[in-house]
Write a protein that binds this ligand. Structure first.
Ligand SMILES: Cc1cc2nc3c(=O)[nH]c(=O)nc-3n(C[C@H](O)[C@H](O)[C@H](O)COP(=O)(O)OP(=O)(O)OC[C@H]3O[C@@H](n4cnc5c(N)ncnc54)[C@H](O)[C@@H]3O)c2cc1C
Length: 461
């Protein structure tokens, strides 16, 4: 590569790939999941190991270059890449170790959810992660990690037992119960603010291998009854059951009658991860409620559930998300959703409520920085389209709906945030947690080297 930023200084000190603007792989390597993000780093340092991370970080700091850290590259804000700086790209680090006897798994930071699921399900075990298998374990865990089995086993971050971290000074430390316990607390929900995690050690749980999953499809014209039923039903759900209510326009891929294609539907999507006969019993009221257009609920492998939504979230589409935690789905909220859903400009967009609670709410604030554990629903507006010319219309629709839902908001999940500013990062945590995070940032990254993230800016002295 051309010596654009003095990269020759890394010759012999770097085992992975150094990719600059003049190199063939650059155009692909700078892309992230969200097609709205178009940044041009000076250098992409695709690290082979921990030594590479230290070398790339030192290189960037000595030259006062911005630093971005890339895991799975799925963050909607595109914080895995920066303009003009150095991307510490961990995507090639894919090693996974599973110890089924001790029920522990270690994952390198380039591992994707589906890769971790495949390795752990071989033993009938799983780490609770998220719902789309192409997402990176790194960013997901560091922000929290909410998925189908979080109500039973907690978010991913609660199952992070320890982490190997390269700090802003290039030191290598282990954050665990015995050492740097404060750092482990921060890594469990405080995002990428404190260092580069080069290894994640997780607690494993018996899961599946079969679960009951799928969805019951309702016409959106029945939305008021469906949302009220959903809110009542989940209020007494056992921890084994997770339900989400998702609204979108039916594509021909959805097995409903052709006249419903292009029409709004609300799907009650479920996962029951427990005794299958008991799951059938628990799900019976949900499956017999109302006037379903289709019932797609069935036993299936946990890995099939985990990858079943992948096709709906391909790389490179334009994405703009808005999100709130919501405690109650009131009649006012339902009326707001009805009004805005009908004006949804793109057939690729959706909004959903994911029911939380269970083990998510039971851990104390001392366990993890992860915020708003008592939230009842994660409400997310996923605005998705393909044409840049449609940016303004789609962004405006999402902003309008988000503003209209603001009266019901109790906070926000940090991993759902786009580039929304410091106040929204603050909204992701209770005040005492936020203060503790700022103190931790002061201790581990006082110069704010790690600022391409949902940033906890260090306090002025
Ligand atoms: C299609 C899709 C589905 C999703 N589904 C869910 C879901 O079901 N549940 C859920 O909880 N979330 C979900 N998310 C949100 C997801 O958790 C976040 O986008 C998360 O940041 C993705 O992690 P990543 O490693 O892929 O991201 P990246 O974009 O690579 O990284 C995001 C940020 O994390 C930090 N980071 C990444 N790796 C490291 C590291 N090794 N050390 C230090 N910092 C690091 C950096 O600050 C980086 O900017 C989903 C996102 C998408 C796009």
């Amino acid at each position: 590569m051309r010596d654009v930023v003095g990269v020759r200084a890394l010759d012999g000190a770097f085992a992975g790939d150094l990719i600059g603007p003049a190199d063939g792989p650059y155009e692909t390597a700078r892309q992230v999941w969200n097609g709205m993000v178009d940044r041009r780093p000076a250098l992409i340092a695709r690290c082979a190991d921990e030594e590479d991370v230290v070398a790339a970080l030192r290189f960037a700091r000595e030259r006062d270059l911005a630093v971005a850290v890339r895991g799975g590259g799925h963050n909607v804000a595109g914080s895995a890449v920066c303009d003009d700086g150095v991307v510490i790209d961990l995507s090639a680090q894919k090693h996974i170790d599973v110890d089924p006897d001790r029920r522990i798994a270690r994952a390198q930071p380039g591992v994707l959810l589906g890769e971790l699921d495949r390795a752990t399900q071989t033993f009938g075990l799983a780490v609770p992660t998220g719902n789309v298998s192409m997402t990176g374990v790194a960013g997901l865990t560091l922000g929290g990690g909410l998925g189908w089995i979080a109500r039973k086993h907690g978010p991913a971050c609660d199952n992070l037992l320890s982490a190997e971290v390269v700090t802003a000074d290039g030191d290598r430390v282990t954050a665990g119960a015995g050492e740097h316990a404060d750092l482990l607390w921060g890594l469990r929900g405080g995002g990428g603010n404190f260092g580069v995690v080069t290894s994640f050690e997780y607690r494993l749980h018996p899961v599946g291998p079969q679960v009951i999953a799928g969805g019951v499809v309702h016409a959106f014209s029945d939305a008021p009854e469906v949302f009220r039923f959903f809110a009542d039903f989940v209020a007494t759900a056992p921890d084994e059951l997770s339900v989400a209510a998702s609204t979108f326009r039916a594509s021909p891929a959805l097995p409903v009658s052709p006249e419903m294609h292009g029409e709004l539907v609300t799907v009650l999507a479920v996962c029951y991860a427990g005794d299958l006969a008991e799951g059938e019993r628990v799900l019976e009221p949900l499956r017999s409620f109302g006037r379903p257009l289709a019932d797609l609920v069935a036993p299936m492998p946990y890995t099939a559930l985990q990858s079943g939504s992948d096709a709906a979230y391909p790389n490179g589409q334009r994405n703009y998300w808005k999100s709130h935690y919501v405690d109650e789905i009131t009649d006012g909220a339902i009326a707001t959703l009805e009004e805005h859903a009908r004006r949804m400009p793109s057939p690729l967009s959706s909004f959903y409520f994911q029911h939380l609670g269970g083990a998510i709410g039971r851990a104390g604030a001392d366990t993890a920085a992860f915020g708003h554990r008592d939230a009842v629903f994660d409400f997310n507006i996923l605005t998705v389209w393909r044409e840049p010319a449609a940016d303004a219309e789609n962004v405006a629709w999402a902003r309008d709906l988000s503003a209209a839902m603001q009266p019901y908001s109790t906070g926000v999940y940090v991993n759902n945030l786009g580039t929304e500013g410091a106040d929204r990062v603050r909204d992701a945590y209770a005040p005492a947690t936020y203060e503790r995070l700022l103190a931790l940032k002061d201790a581990y990254d006082p110069d704010n080297v790690f600022r391409m993230n949902q940033n906890l800016a260090p306090r002025p002295i």
